[in-house]
Design a protein. Structure first.
Length: 267
């Protein structure tokens, strides 16, 4: 993150249901579904059970203590469905401590809930109405170490961070985690080479790895190498956080340009 960076997250594209850089996946992934709603368990369980390359272990009630979740020790990934009022961060930390990847599915993904999810160690956040036929692909991606995020969630996070960076009064409620990367984005981004900045700019524009490679006339492997070096320099965990940092830097520069002259000089 030599420091070895985590596998990158693909930039959002219009035809993606979530942000994920899909490459090669392990042949089989063992998955356990945790959901408090029995109807939802039945629907999602059927999707996971029928999916190729997945070994569906079983479904459990997510409101039960995890020591009662049978077959958890065999799982590579836990698909954890969370309600709007749920705060499953302690459960996520326990699962991560068991060396299990956690993919969260919910309906209410505020900026602060997304930050709390990743701070607890989750590897993905999906909107519950995401096309469930692709849930299996998201699960396999998480098992391979990729970060998975619904584009609706990413769009909301980017917008709220843009607003906060230009002086929005909104902020985390008491007890909620502060978002990562609160340092001055310009200061952090200045440590990048020109090419690393160009790569991140394109990713922040929504380009995929292949598209960025085409624009810069580089191989995809070279683009990924630049991303890995940028992640290490910026001290972020994955490509999603690097893209968010680039967006914050843009918003801060725009705010300075729009500020009154006396205020801009004092900044």
């Amino acid at each position: 993150m030599t420091t070895v960076a985590e596998p990158p997250v693909a930039a959002p594209r219009a035809d993606d249901d979530w942000v994920v850089d899909v490459e090669q996946f392990e042949p089989r992934t063992s998955v356990l579904l945790a959901d408090h709603d029995p109807i939802s368990r039945r629907v999602l369980g059927t999707v996971l059970r029928d999916a190729a390359h997945l070994d569906y272990l079983r479904c459990v009630d997510s409101h039960r203590p995890i020591h009662e979740w049978s077959r958890l020790a065999l799982a590579d990934v836990v698909v954890l469905v969370v309600g709007p009022q749920d705060e499953p961060w302690s459960v996520v930390r326990q699962l991560v401590g068991c060396q299990v990847k956690v993919l969260l599915i919910g309906t209410d993904w505020s900026r602060w809930r997304v930050d709390a999810a990743f701070a607890a160690g989750a590897t993905g956040c999906l909107v519950k109405d995401t096309e469930i036929a692709r849930l299996a692909s998201a699960t396999r991606a998480v098992a391979s170490g990729h970060v998975v995020l619904s584009p609706q969630v990413l769009a909301q996070v980017l917008e709220t961070r843009r607003l906060s960076s230009v002086g929005s009064p909104s902020g985390p409620a008491p007890g909620e985690p502060r978002p990562p990367g609160t340092e001055n984005p310009d200061r952090l981004l200045r440590c990048l080479t020109k090419r690393e900045r160009e790569v991140l700019e394109l990713l922040a524009d929504g380009r995929s790895t292949a598209e960025a490679a085409g624009v810069l006339k580089l191989s995809a492997a070279t683009v990924k190498s630049h991303v890995s070096h940028a992640l290490a320099k910026l001290g972020v965990r994955n490509r999603l956080e690097a893209v968010l940092l680039m967006q914050r830097g843009r918003a801060a520069r725009q705010a300075r340009l729009q500020a009154p002259p006396d205020r801009a000089q004092g900044a």
